[in-house]
Design a protein around this ligand. Structure first.
Ligand code: SF4
Length: 642
């Protein structure tokens, strides 16, 4: 099929693999990458399956534009049933694995079953070879990838992914790593570990012979550079990554501190991008991306001397500072390094540790529970030890490995009220009481409390560069741009939340890196033409066609989680955010709460064409060309009620 490759299906139980064609109808319905992952998971994973059991599948998919000369479009998507949320896991990874999937000729790698013994896979355009992983079982992500790379002969034609020890131990928020870049949220690494799959290596030469019009792709790639090069958001991202987020989040009172009790942390000046810059020793990036936003930092002195991390990014350094009330920059680098080594999602790791600190403060847990560590706010040394405990899956680390939702169920005594998650996923570092649309995004996200997948509503950040396009003002899917929202306003934001969620689904057929969407507005202008040049499918230029595709993918994901037991009651936020006034220490937003969530959720459902219970209507699903999902949802609900 022009513009596409094949599906590689690997059955670990049987030790077999097979190459399949992509069904003819899929490109116009689901586009690629995230859309294909959603379709395969929906079709092949049964209702209420055990996320860590043999019936679950792990789908790795690459985008339509992967491997081309276009910047920031080479990410890959891991799709599976999430062991953390028991719902949908879509997580996006960086590095070069997406490009190498494309070069080897695979749009999707479907991993099914469970190997009897630990294995890793060596892939090429000729297929899949199974290898004994006993030598690297128990090794960290870097050691495992080095081993697989060497086995494939090393060199520029090899790309790898792997899990660390936490994936092997099925820590519910273990991630999959490509180099030091992770597909992190939702426990995809635990699913990989549950299948006894340590890693995958691909060896392939650059090959784009499947493309409809390579010359046009190259021309559009040059045009993209014109948009990017003078864009302030591109320059900022290239020079600082996300490390300067500390300044604005604190100025806005939305830097979640001490498990979301405050929106401001004292002493934040010690952790600005400039402070990180003093420790910078290099840069790294994904395949073909001028930003190379992986800023490598090294601790030069003190108890963490020698610690090196590719990052931390904003969410990671928040996760290891705000959550425990510390502003120790060295500790954030050490913690980030450990997460990358052990193979952990840094946001959930910080989330469970921050929650444990609050349980300790409230006396719900004591030193008896924490293996002797005193979890007093500011104690970053204890935090580092707890990451080791999770990494080694020992003692209190086993409890932390369950995530905050299960920890709260385990400890009780009202701890559910301040377990900061949505659908079981620990919230990212943005305070919903000061960013209401982002809070609504957390509540209604198919994957839970992630800031990706269209959750961050940049329209309320007040940064005009984010949505400025050469064509502005214009309308996109019924939402005018540029569009700015009052971040404290409760009502009238559901159209923006829906737009962002659908747009995320669409852009991840590419797969566009979400950072790059604001770079001079290139994606609004060029994404459609790029897809047409890659596939020859003219409809990709049609905004209505694009909008339907994004909405279709989102609704199919929603249908999947409803079939797994999620209900409208799960579209919510922790009690703390809805009832406890925010404290911002003099910054804007003091006293704010998310005070009208049920009404907003109903308005959201109505605009989506869903019932008051959050179930997509028959008409909506028919309109989107996935009418079959209605019957599947109702069957699963009937099974649950019987
Ligand atoms: S901006 Fe950063 S994360 Fe995005 S593609 Fe470039 S290097 Fe990768």
């Amino acid at each position: 099929m022009i513009g596409y490759g094949k599906i590689l299906r690997v059955n670990l139980s049987a030790g077999t693999s097979a190459v399949e064609d992509i069904p003819e109808t899929w490109p116009k319905l689901f586009g690629g990458a995230r859309g294909f992952g959603a379709k395969i998971l929906y079709d092949e994973v049964p209702d209420y399956c055990d996320a860590l059991g043999e019936e679950n599948k792990l789908i790795l998919s690459t985008g339509i534009l992967a491997g081309t000369n276009i910047h920031a479009v080479h990410r890959w998507v891991a799709t599976t049933k999430s062991p953390l949320t028991d719902g949908y896991c879509r997580t996006v990874g960086g590095g070069d694995f997406g490009a190498f999937m494309r070069f080897a000729g695979y749009d999707c790698i479907v991993i099914e079953g469970k190997s009897e013994k630990p294995v890793y896979l060596c892939l090429s355009s000729s297929g899949c070879v199974f290898r004994d992983a006993s030598q690297i079982w128990g090794k960290n992500t870097e050691e495992a990838q080095k081993y697989i790379t060497a086995d494939l002969g090393g060199g520029k034609n090899v790309s790898t992914i792997a899990i660390g020890q936490t994936g092997e131990n099925k820590v519910l928020f273990a991630a999959i790593f490509c180099g030091r870049r992770s597909a992190s949220r939702g426990g995809s690494g635990a699913v990989m570990g549950s299948k006894n799959l340590k890693g995958i290596g691909i060896i392939a030469e650059r090959n784009l012979s499947h493309l409809f019009n390579l010359e046009e792709i190259n021309r559009l790639g040059k045009e993209q550079l014109v948009f990017m090069k003078d864009s302030p958001s591109y320059i900022l991202h290239r020079d600082y990554g996300t490390s300067d987020g500390m300044i604005s989040r604190n100025a806005w009172g939305v830097f979640p501190t001490k498990n979301f009790r405050y929106g401001y942390i004292d002493g934040w000046e010690a952790m600005t991008g400039e402070e990180y810059r003093k420790m910078r020793i290099g840069k790294a990036g994904c395949h073909i991306c001028g930003a190379r936003c992986g800023l490598i930092h090294k601790v030069q002195e003190g108890i963490y001397k020698g610690a090196v991390s590719e990052g931390p990014e904003y969410e990671s350094y928040w996760s290891f500072s705000g959550t425990i009330g510390s502003v120790d920059i060295d500790a954030t680098i050490k913690a980030d390094q450990l997460c990358d080594d052990y193979g952990l999602d840094s946001i959930s790791t910080g989330g469970v540790i921050g929650f444990a600190y609050e349980l300790y403060e409230k006396g719900i847990i004591t030193k008896e529970d924490t293996d002797g560590f005193e979890l007093n706010y500011g104690n970053h040394e204890a935090m580092i030890e707890l990451i080791h405990k999770i990494g080694r899956y020992e003692g209190f680390g086993r409890i932390l490995s369950m995530g905050v939702k299960r920890m709260a169920e385990h400890y009780g005594h009202g701890s559910q009220d301040y377990a900061m998650h949505s659908k079981g996923m620990e919230l990212a570092g943005y305070e919903p009481r000061g960013l209401k649309a982002t809070g609504y995004g957390y509540a209604t996200s198919n994957i839970g409390g992630a800031h990706g997948a269209g959750t961050l509503a940049l329209q309320e950040w007040g940064e005009p560069v984010i949505r400025t396009s050469p064509e502005a003002p214009y309308e996109e899917w019924g939402v005018p741009f540029p569009r700015f929202l009052d971040r404290f306003e409760d009502f009238g934001k559901e159209d923006v939340v829906i737009h962002n969620q659908n747009n995320s689904c669409l852009s991840e057929i590419g797969v566009i890196c979400s950072f790059s969407q604001g770079w001079g507005g290139w994606s609004q202008r060029l994404f459609g033409p790029m897809l047409v040049a890659a596939t020859g499918i003219e409809e990709f230029n049609d905004r209505r066609f694009q909008a339907m595709m994004g909405e279709r993918i989102f609704n199919l994901e929603r249908a999947f989680i409803l079939r797994q037991g999620t209900t409208g009651k799960d579209d919510t936020l922790p009690k703390r955010l809805q009832e406890e006034p925010l404290h911002t220490k003099g910054m804007p937003g003091e006293g704010q709460v998310v005070g009208h969530l049920p009404e907003v959720i109903q308005a959201y459902y109505k605009l989506r064409g869903w019932s008051q219970d959050g179930i997509p209507s028959e008409e909506k699903l028919e309109e989107l060309g996935i009418g079959y999902a209605r019957q599947d949802i109702m069957r699963a609900i009937a099974t649950r009620q019987s």
